[in-house]
Design a protein around this ligand. Structure first.
Ligand code: GLA
Length: 747
């Protein structure tokens, strides 16, 4: 007797040849145990502001993606839609393509069942849409008709921001365990004549380097296998410019994406013979065949998508607005300016060094002092990077008066106080390493390699999660005056092995990240208002997974302003300025030995969250005066940096200038930053930067800040938005490291 899906609470169905279906010729099938009755083809329309995602559940209950892009006024017009492509052999645009059925290609889902079978053929069951304020959520239920494996696709559509977040929940209702071999968060089909991919590679002190390439007819993979510090070599984000070979800030269709995950990830772009591109984003399956026992579910992280018809600038502004409203911890707030002790003192300081720095920070108008590395460890004092990590007790010989003394000193001077920790790591030379060798990620009997003289703690282990939460908690107990924590993470994982997971090592990379998030959730419950910076040897953990718990990131250990121009430009394509920690440091620069003018260093750092990272005593009187002036003026316009709309006017990847501006939501104020990184030998009259985002009819008073004599003839006068957008704004930014900041105020 046939067992039907009806018995499992589902409609009985049978496959009918369906005229409206996308497939070249639907094939009827009869499965021994399950009948699958046909349904009437149904369009599922999801709109996110100005964009639409149109899906089709066809008569055979196969779920296809028909369109992602411009808003479709009447989605029902897609009923009966047929592809114009010559052949669809294997190239089916299933919304969540799985290994099995008629699909051949890079899958979103690939499952190995207990009997060794690799086939999953998902069929649509039902869907529902709910609305809560600005967010419309659509859930689509799919099932494999043989194994009954369930997949729920969840789309959150942010209407005001034009952003769509997709993720899946995979459930094993069967009796036998299964293994998830691939489990992408989401999949998107994009159809264009050609595709220009922009993505970001990097290294320590060189994060977020732009790479642009045309997609060919194959699969392009962007992946990180570093375990932690995943984003220092590749960032889980991209932009695809459509129907063009040129990158444009202002025009043309762009699809951008980013993954909310802080570990191994994979983005793949497959252009098959149909010419269409399928983008998959998710956790990397590398060494991570995730086991699902009977009744267990796996929830994938969110894949963020946005579409814009206004070039890269439009896509960035969509992501930035979404991030400030939803994607960043306290994304709407302004983080304080600060002096960080690292490059000014490194590991060598006494209480007096710190209180002197606090005095200097206060006198320059900075708002916080951050005590970086070096304050802890007694048996193994942290006097360098070879000892002490793991022993989070105050080093009483360095600061005998205690952290509370220094923190209260800062508060008394009107400054907030911050402190550095690196709780996921341990030096072999530490009491912790001796007490808990079983907490260290290391493969039994093998060499455990050190990077920066340290090892990684096994966050897949709940006892280690408790310890790491405890580090944060106990550090916070040292003083009620701690306002800010810099959370660092200074190495990658290799030769992975978790004692806790024992035979289930395939869980390690995923469970580590989930353990990290679980610790951060506990921290945020107890410490909702402490500002936490996400640092990982600089920008090793810059992703929208971590940013749900962190207020800002340390963009790069490279504080050379010329390098920062490139890092900050590229970061801004995906992430808003409010998260970018940008510090003015000493010259010659400690990383590159480059010498740049102090004004240039300030002008670059002022385009993000401004800080300083040097010994203020090394500044002469004129430099101090310039610092005071830059910090004072920054406070006048930083609300624009933190919450304004970003327009990039010139790209440092395409020429010697970088120029950008932030415009208030009401278009009544704006701030423009312009920089030169090379001498403009043929330039005679200054560079016209066509300002964007202004009201063409309004008049704006334009004032260059922090100078006695301006590099623009029009500084101090008022001009219409149309004049400023039309090429009239032409400051002379001609020599290497010339820079200027202009404030625009509507009359
Ligand atoms: C990392 C960080 C730096 C600093 C040092 C301290 O390299 O990125 O900013 O905190 O660690 O050891």
């Amino acid at each position: 007797m046939k067992k039907t899906l009806l018995a499992a609470g589902l409609a009985v169905l049978m496959i009918l040849p369906a005229g409206a279906a996308m497939r070249r010729k639907p094939k009827a099938f009869t499965h021994e145990t399950v009948e699958v009755p046909a349904i009437e083809a149904e369009i599922i329309a999801i709109s996110a502001g100005n964009s639409s995602l149109i899906l089709l559940a066809d008569e055979d209950r196969l779920l296809y993606t028909l369109h992602y892009g411009s808003k479709v006024a009447d989605p029902q017009e897609y009923k009966g839609y047929r592809t114009a492509r010559f052949t669809e052999n294997g190239n089916l645009n299933y919304t969540y393509p799985s290994t099995g059925g008629e699909f051949v290609g890079v899958p979103a889902l690939h499952v190995r069942y207990a009997d060794g079978n690799h086939n999953t053929d998902l069929r649509y069951q039902s869907h529902k849409t709910t609305r809560s304020g600005n967010v419309e959520t659509t859930e689509i239920f799919l099932k494999d008709y043989v194994t009954l494996l369930e997949v729920k696709l969840i789309y959150e559509a942010y209407q005001k921001e034009n952003v769509l977040i997709e993720h899946s929940v995979i459930t094993n209702p069967g009796k036998e365990p299964v293994e998830l071999l691939d489990y992408a968060s989401g999949s998107m089909y994009i159809e264009a004549d050609n595709y220009l991919l922009t993505h970001f590679h990097g290294a320590w002190a060189h994060e977020m380097q732009v790479e642009r390439e045309m997609l060919g007819y194959d699969t392009k993979v962007i992946e990180s296998l570093r375990g932690v510090q995943a984003t220092q070599s590749q960032n889980p984000s991209f932009m695809l410019s459509l129907n063009t070979r040129e990158f444009s800030e202002t025009g043309g269709e762009v699809v951008a994406g980013a993954l909310q995950w802080s570990g191994n990830f994979r983005l793949s772009f497959t252009r098959n013979e149909s010419g269409r591109v399928n983008v998959l984003g998710g956790i990397s399956p590398f060494a991570s065949a995730y086991p699902l026992k009977k009744g267990e579910s796996f929830e994938t992280p969110g894949m963020i998508w946005t579409w814009s018809a206004d070039g890269a600038g439009g896509a960035s502004r969509n992501l930035h607005r979404w991030a400030r409203n939803y994607g960043i911890y306290n994304g709407g707030s302004v983080n304080p300016t600060l002096l960080n002790s690292w490059e000014g003192a490194y590991f060598s300081f006494t209480t007096k060094t710190l209180t002197d720095m606090i005095d200097d920070a206060a006198s320059m108008g900075l708002e916080m002092f951050v005590l970086d590395d070096g304050w802890f460890g007694n048996a193994y004092p942290r006097n360098g990077d070879a000892a002490g990590l793991g022993d989070w007790q105050l080093n009483t010989s360095k600061i005998p008066e205690g952290i509370d003394y220094v923190a209260s000193y800062a508060h008394d001077k009107g400054l907030k106080f911050g402190i550095w920790i690196e709780p996921e790591m341990v030096n072999p030379a530490s009491e912790l390493a001796l007490a808990h060798p079983e907490w260290i990620v290391q493969s039994p009997g093998r060499e455990n390699y050190q990077i920066r003289n340290q090892w990684v703690l096994d966050l897949a282990n709940p006892a280690v999660q408790d310890f790491i939460y405890g580090v944060f908690d106990s550090v916070m107990q040292m003083s009620p005056s701690i306002d800010y924590v810099k959370w660092d993470c200074n190495r990658i994982i290799e030769s992975f092995y978790s004692n806790y997971l024992s035979k289930e090592q395939d869980r390690f990379y995923v469970d580590y990240v989930q353990g990290f998030y679980s610790v951060m959730r506990r921290i945020r419950e107890k410490y909702p208002s402490v500002i936490v910076q996400c640092c990982s040897s600089g920008g090793g953990r810059v992703d929208y997974g971590a940013l749900r718990y962190f207020n800002e990131v340390w963009t790069s250990d490279d504080t050379d302003a010329e390098i920062r121009v490139h890092v900050q430009y590229a970061t801004s394509l995906i992430y808003p300025a409010c998260i970018m920690g940008c510090h003015v440091s000493d010259v010659p620069n400690h990383q590159t030995r480059n010498v740049t003018p102090l004004k240039f260093r300030f002008d670059v750092a002022c385009a993000g969250r401004l800080g300083m990272e040097l010994q203020p005593k090394n500044l002469n009187e004129a430099e101090r005066a310039l610092a005071d002036r830059c910090i004072t003026s920054y406070k006048q316009y930083r609300d624009l940096v933190f919450a304004g709309d970003l327009y990039r006017l010139a790209s440092p990847e395409d020429g010697p200038w970088y120029a950008l501006m932030y415009v208030s939501q009401g278009k009544d104020r704006a701030v423009v930053f312009t920089y030169s990184t090379a001498f403009q030998v043929r330039d005679t009259g200054g560079q016209p930067f066509r300002l964007q985002g202004l009201d063409p009819a309004r008049k704006y008073k334009v004032t260059e800040l922090n100078v006695d004599s301006s590099c623009w003839w029009g500084s101090g006068r008022s001009f219409s938005g149309s004049f400023l957008a039309g090429g009239g704004f032409n400051p002379v930014i001609r020599h290497k490291y010339d820079s200027a900041i202009f404030l625009l105020e509507a009359e």
